[in-house]
Write a protein that binds this ligand. Structure first.
Ligand SMILES: C[S@@+](CC[C@H](N)C(=O)[O-])C[C@H]1O[C@@H](n2cnc3c(N)ncnc32)[C@H](O)[C@@H]1O
Length: 269
């Protein structure tokens, strides 16, 4: 038997946890593109060390660039926030097997926490390098135990990419309440949502996605929270290579109801 294959890790995860394979695989495919959007070499290395049946990853591919454009935008927001807050703490909730901490790096004198459900943390440990001032923590966005690990009195950037779709809106609300009450020095929160029609479409081929239309809800949930940016992912079609995907995204971006298929929201508090 091929020794490399023999060393691959089995992926014993629930259906929701396994969604991390989908986003990881999009980053692998991107790396193989001649002109990648992310160029995430760690994604390739991680993927190669897992026992994955590629048949599980077939399906509609039109959402491929939604995943990549979203990740690229969030990387840029995290970089920008970290340079303004060199002592700050980044909490990357529902990190899956994403190498964002390596792509972007922790704030210069601050900290980075990757948090995900215990089974995911167990799978991830040892697969990806753990840089300085980095911690990988088992936890859920619905509970508050992991908050005790955050350093006191530093601003916090909490990022949850492709997570809100897999949890109930009450859990998302609890997450925002926890972060804003714990981070007394203020900070930012970034997460993405999909529109109801996209959620219904996703259900037909893969997932039951939770949807949210009203990006101002968090302002009503938590006093002091303000929506400062709303990125409509399909609107960035000019970044895509010429071809059918670009045409589809361009068409989606013509009408507000389809342009909002996926939005990344950025709040300050
Ligand atoms: C689609 S994956 C996204 C992973 C990663 N953010 C990425 O972009 O590759 C969804 C992730 O959310 C995590 N997740 C689901 N429910 C969660 C919860 N209640 N608390 C924390 N993470 C959760 C899953 O384990 C999974 O890693």
């Amino acid at each position: 038997m091929d020794t490399h294959l023999a060393q691959r890790r089995p992926v014993n995860l629930s259906k929701v946890e396994r969604s991390l394979l989908w986003t990881l695989y999009q980053r692998v495919l991107d790396f193989r593109d001649p002109d990648p959007l992310l160029g995430d070499v760690w994604a390739v290395d991680t993927f190669d060390r897992l026992e994955v049946d590629l048949r599980d990853l077939r399906g509609a591919s039109v959402d491929r660039y939604l995943t990549l454009l979203r990740a690229r935008k969030i990387d840029s927001w995290v970089r920008e926030w970290s340079s303004r807050n060199p002592e700050g703490t980044v909490v990357h909730m529902g990190c899956g097997l994403d190498s964002r901490a390596l792509r972007v790096g922790a704030p210069r004198r601050g900290h980075w926490f990757d948090v995900d459900l215990p089974a995911v943390v167990e799978l991830r440990r040892g697969l990806l390098p753990e840089p300085d001032r980095y911690q990988l923590v088992p936890g859920s966005l619905a509970d508050a135990d992991w908050l005790a690990r955050l350093p006191a009195d530093t601003p916090v950037l909490a990022v949850a990419e492709s997570v809100a779709e897999f949890v109930r809106v009450d859990d998302l609300r609890r997450f925002l309440e926890h972060v804003t009450s714990q981070a007394t020095a203020g900070g930012e929160i970034v997460f993405d949502i999909v529109s109801s029609w996209a959620g219904r479409l996703a259900l037909t081929f893969r997932w039951e996605l939770h949807t949210m239309e009203d990006s101002l809800l968090p302002e009503r949930w938590c006093p002091g929270v303000r929506l400062v940016q709303e990125y409509e992912v399909a609107g960035d079609h000019a970044l895509l290579p010429e071809g059918p995907h670009r045409d589809i995204y361009r068409a989606l971006s013509r009408w507000p109801s389809t342009r909002s298929v996926m939005r990344v929201l950025r709040y300050t508090f």
